[in-house]
Design a protein. Structure first.
Length: 153
């Protein structure tokens, strides 16, 4: 068995990033009505745009492939949470718009979401949360420089 007290903390964080991601998705999938965690994340990213984004823009905001985003958006459209329409200038580009149902779902689930976030960060100070946020952003940025297992420093 591993001795976590003496283990390289970077390896511990590396493993926990996967564990947290898996647990977060599992908890959200089991507690959210009508949406999966990944579908909800697409809707969250959709809210970052002032104008309806193209599928390509939405995929970039989600940091995932065009194909994965398209599959999620199609499911969301089938459920009535978004509409998909052609871009006026480039008919090949698909634009995504949140529907009224999406806004209503958000209002209906606001309290559940607040309780979930409060529970997830329970026992952590705002300073700890700020430090975690900063560290995760640095890791995210560092991943852009990781190439073949070595960082381009």
């Amino acid at each position: 068995m591993y001795d976590f007290d003496t283990m390289d903390k970077r390896l511990l964080v590396f493993g926990y990033l996967f564990r947290v991601a898996n647990r977060l998705q599992s908890k959200m999938d089991s507690q959210m009505k009508d949406l999966t965690a990944k579908q909800w994340f697409v809707i969250l990213a959709l809210g970052l745009f002032e104008q309806p984004p193209t599928l390509k823009q939405l995929a970039a905001a989600c940091d995932t492939s065009h194909q994965n985003t398209k599959q999620l958006v199609v499911k969301l459209a089938e459920k009535g949470f978004v509409t998909i329409h052609s871009d006026e200038k480039d008919g090949r580009a698909m634009r995504i718009t949140a529907s009224d149902k999406c806004g209503q779902w958000d209002k209906d689930n606001e309290q559940i979401a607040t309780q979930f976030i409060d529970g997830m960060f329970s026992g952590m100070s705002m300073g700890e949360i700020a430090g975690l946020s900063s560290s995760l952003m640095k890791i995210f940025e560092n991943l852009d420089n990781v190439n073949g297992g070595t960082a381009n420093v």
